[in-house]
Design a binder for this molecule. Structure first.
Ligand code: SAH
Length: 253
């Protein structure tokens, strides 16, 4: 039997946001590989081996997955959200490119999922309704100077911005610095969404201004969306809605 490797996104948390395509790949899998909390989202069953691994071992995990597929297994690597957004798909291709010849014939597919910023944006309204960008605030894999430069240029270009990995115990200072840069570039009135654990029972959304934003409003389970100059909040009977109109009114052009 020919082995295969599928790198799939499990979405933000809610089972209903796992795509039917990803569900089918999981149902056909002999092996599921990934970070411990993501593998925990896959139900055990006869014929399926679960391989949970620790954080920050992405390359070893990718090589393990490729080896199993080369041996003829039906392997699924799981990521949260979308596997191509700050997740395992790029890690697998890094390892493939450096590549051992024994992996040359392994078919690799990437099955998309609903990424955190899209799930968060949908819960708040439509803050990404005009041009936007996504930035990973973790400085594990790039220097802080690069992050700060991208923040400044994105703010100058007046993008709405989605921030992944805003803050962790290992990096308590970075997000405070990011907020300081944003206040300098965008001013105190700019709207900010803190969306934690979207689509899970612990979901918590909060909309504040940059002047009110505090570093401890974010943690590892939070995606932060900073609006553009056009992003606004409207008040409906069901609560506030954050959205960015589709056209510029000229003020920011
Ligand atoms: N591949 C994932 C992102 C992995 S990076 C995706 O596409 O969503 C991990 C970061 O994603 C977290 O630090 C957080 O910023 C964000 N994140 C993942 N799931 C989330 C959720 N349910 N709610 C809010 N943010 C989430």
């Amino acid at each position: 039997m020919t082995g295969t490797l599928a790198i799939v996104g499990l979405g933000p948390g809610d089972e209903a946001m796992v795509t039917p395509q990803v569900r089918a790949a999981l149902d056909a899998a002999t092996d599921v590989i990934g970070y411990i909390p993501y593998v925990a989202r896959v139900a055990p069953r006869p014929g399926l081996t679960l391989h949970p691994s620790d954080n920050r071992v992405e390359r070893e995990r990718a090589a393990h997955a490729l080896d199993l597929a080369a041996q003829g297994r039906q392997v699924v690597v799981v990521s949260s959200g979308d596997p191509g957004v700050f997740a395992m798909a790029a890690a697998v291709f890094e390892v493939v490119e450096e590549g051992a010849p024994r992996w040359a014939d392994v078919p690799v597919s990437v099955l998309p999922g609903i990424t955190a910023m899209l799930a968060a944006a949908a819960r708040a309204g439509a803050p990404l309704g005009h041009d936007f960008c996504a930035i990973n605030l973790s400085d594990n894999l790039k220097p802080w100077a690069v992050i700060e430069r991208r923040l400044r240029l994105a703010a100058e270009a007046d993008f709405a911005m989605a921030f992944y990995n805003p803050r962790s115990r290992a990096r308590p200072e970075g997000f405070a610095r990011a907020l300081a840069v944003l206040r300098e570039c965008c001013g105190p009135a700019r709207l900010v969404l803190f969306a934690r654990a979207v689509s899970t029972p612990e979901e918590h959304l909060r909309i504040v201004t940059l002047a009110q934003a505090q570093p401890d409003m974010a943690d590892m389970r939070t995606v932060v969306i900073v609006g553009s100059s056009q992003t606004r909040m409207i008040h409906r009977a069901t609560g506030p809605v954050l959205y960015t109109p589709r056209s510029l009114d000229g003020a920011a052009a």
